[in-house]
Ligand binder design. Structure first.
Ligand SMILES: [Cu+2]
Length: 135
């Protein structure tokens, strides 16, 4: 007797409404309109940000993982070093981030306060770079 299709449609509509609420910045973002927000590749990090939780970036095999994250202003980002060598987090573009070099097992946290793009690097490992989209 019961049909589940209407329920699925309601759930899908709700998900679309949530996604639209966060992703539609057609009036603002003048400098950040890269179109990357429409790519489905950032789904997992978007979900973490939407849930209001912290976002964790691992420093693993001389790389940041995930290398690119999307968060909302006010979301705390924590980098955790899982390598046997020192790493740091220093921004070269956008909001200022400057951690110390820290060893395996240690972490560093930063909370962006405004929308924009942040590009950061590890100062002792060329090519170890990451990006944060804050929107
Ligand atoms: Cu490093």
């Amino acid at each position: 007797m019961q049909r589940s299709l209407p329920l699925l449609l309601v759930l899908a509509a709700g998900a679309l409404a949530l996604a639209g609420c966060g992703g539609d910045d057609s009036g603002s973002g003048s400098s950040a309109s890269t179109g990357a927000a429409t790519a489905p590749a950032t789904t997992s990090t978007d979900a973490a940000a939407a849930a209001g939780g912290d976002v964790e970036v691992k420093m693993q095999a001389i790389a940041y993982s995930p290398q690119t994250i999307t968060v909302r202003p006010g979301t705390r980002i924590t980098w955790v070093n899982e390598d046997d060598v020192l790493h740091d987090v220093v921004s070269t573009e956008g909001e200022r981030i400057e951690s110390r070099l820290f060893p395996k097992g240690d972490s560093f946290s930063f909370t962006p306060t405004r929308s924009g793009l942040i590009h950061y690097v590890c100062t002792i490992h060329p090519g170890m770079e990451g990006n944060i989209t804050v929107e």
